[in-house]
Design a protein around this ligand. Structure first.
Ligand SMILES: [Zn+2]
Length: 206
């Protein structure tokens, strides 16, 4: 049974994963983008050429973070510029959104996703209602399963919107799958088939 990791900063050989900006090894499937923490270092000339790479499967992680990085005004500008690039190159978007939900929803409304948008490392139980009103995928990683308020909601999330990821955690993706299956009270095999379907629809062909 293959495991699919929708966002990681390190990959095991042979893992089916979207690796975040592996600059020394762009031959593996990856995502690339200017993180909101680094939005003030944005140069709009670099990204378009990187997006042409056939193994660039997504733009990310991009978004808004009210706790860290330059001002939200700068972050918004860089986020929106990258949304337009993702649209032009028809790439899915891997989103980093922290404590900036109303600004995010405004940008969502303005740009209406033209490719799949994935809220990576989603761990904001109070936002579930608003998130589910919109066309957004939810990437669950180790942090979601360690937050009791999030964990108790996991089984209510629609399974056709879920991806699983390790992000920068040392936890193996197989363990994230186990925790997700356990939280849903579903057999691992059933869960894995749904994740595979979602993953390949967004990032495939593999
Ligand atoms: Zn990450």
């Amino acid at each position: 049974m293959p495991y699919y990791n929708s966002h990681t900063h390190a990959t095991q050989l042979g893992e089916k994963a979207i690796v975040q900006a592996p600059m020394q090894n762009l031959q593996i499937p990856h995502s690339i983008g200017v993180h909101p923490w680094e939005a003030d270092q944005w140069k709009d000339t670099l990204l378009p050429s990187l997006l042409l790479h056939p193994e660039c499967r997504a733009v990310g992680e991009i978004g808004l973070d009210a706790l860290k990085g330059p001002s939200l005004a700068i972050q918004k500008q860089v986020f929106e510029a990258q949304i337009l690039m993702a649209n032009a190159h028809r790439k899915p978007i891997i989103l980093h959104v922290v404590r900036a939900w109303s600004d995010f929803y405004q940008i969502y409304a303005k740009h209406t996703p033209q490719t799949p948008w994935i809220l990576h490392g989603f761990n904001a139980p109070k936002q579930i209602k608003e998130v589910l009103k919109r066309s957004l995928y939810i990437g669950l990683g180790p942090s979601a399963f360690e937050n009791p308020n999030m964990l108790s909601q996991v089984s209510n999330l629609p399974k056709d919107r879920i991806l699983l990821e390790t992000d920068d955690s040392p936890m193996p993706i197989s363990e994230v799958y186990l925790r997700y299956a356990e939280a849903c009270g579903s057999p691992l095999e059933d869960v894995a088939l749904k994740i595979e379907k979602n993953f390949l629809a967004i990032f495939g062909p593999w």
